[in-house]
Design a protein around this ligand. Structure first.
Ligand code: DGL
Length: 271
């Protein structure tokens, strides 16, 4: 593969800050890669929108990232993965990685009791995409319990990850799941790992929380390696951030979450 190709960036999109959880893992695992991140802050949240709308957003986000000449696309959003991953895989000529399958695989590795909980946006839970994927790849009987937690997205976007309000909301949302004797809980929305401490506080330490970010990064690495697209041995790299609307919250949460001062973000119009 030519140097020109390996130098092309990995494109990542989410409706807002959620994809930063995936970006962070990719940055850690793939230290030499150039990355372009798009946060669709003008249209967040996705989780309350219809399949048709989310697919339209996923398409325009991908087109924008393709215009940046990316070599691989990571859909760092469960809602967009649930509704649009097949369409993107069919339509794009570059590899596309979603977050649902890596999360489902990790949950199956971790469960001992075969009782798995899933929390996500209304759209992700309604799509049953985790449930279908778990049943498709699982070779033993499992019980699945799901619960949409729509308020978690604005709470994360607000930066209230450790606020008492978030704890109270989490207690209310997760009460039924706690009674169901699950041993693994899939955080089926990329915003939710930002609230991980609070969710863990409510669920108790015996419940394993699955955050697909780490598994998604591993899958990205596998695909790049197999296709000879890995950028290795370089000491410098570019990370560019694009937003569809100006958002100070994005910048402050991003620098806190990534543990480093933020590169400049550029606001873009996408259609
Ligand atoms: N972070 C996204 C997800 O994983 C989207 C949340 C939203 O915009 O509602 O579903």
């Amino acid at each position: 593969m030519t140097e020109k190709t390996t130098n092309q960036a990995i494109g990542i999109f989410d409706s807002g800050i959620g994809g930063l959880t995936v970006l962070k893992e990719i940055m850690n695992l793939l230290c030499g890669e150039n990355i372009v991140y798009l946060g669709d802050t003008a249209r967040v949240p996705y989780g309350t929108k219809s399949r048709r709308t989310v697919r339209k957003y996923a398409e325009s986000n991908s087109n924008f990232l393709l215009s940046k000449n990316i070599k691989l696309l990571v859909v760092a959003c469960n809602t967009a993965s649930a509704y649009a991953i097949e369409m993107l895989k069919e339509n794009l000529t570059i590899p596309v990685v979603g977050v649902v399958e890596p999360g489902a695989r990790r949950a199956l590795e971790l469960t001992v009791k075969g009782k798995i909980g899933i929390i996500g946006t209304q759209a992700t839970i309604k799509s049953s995409s985790y449930e279908k994927k778990l049943r498709q790849i699982c070779s033993f009987p499992i019980d699945i319990y799901s619960k949409p937690c729509p308020l978690f997205v604005p709470l994360a976007e607000e930066g209230w990850e450790n606020d008492e309000t978030t704890f109270l909301v989490a207690e209310k949302y997760l009460a039924e799941l706690k009674k169901s004797e699950i041993d693994v809980l899939i955080l089926g929305c990329t915003h939710y790992p930002i609230l991980k401490n609070t969710i863990a506080r409510v669920m108790g330490e015996e419940i394993r929380l699955v955050d697909s970010a780490e598994e998604t990064a591993k899958q990205t690495e596998r695909i790049l390696r197999t296709r000879g697209l890995l950028r290795e041995g370089s000491k410098t790299r570019d990370i560019s951030f694009y937003l569809t609307d100006d958002s100070e919250t994005f910048t402050s949460i991003a620098s806190r979450f990534l543990g480093r001062p933020m590169e400049k973000t550029e606001v873009v119009d996408i259609v």
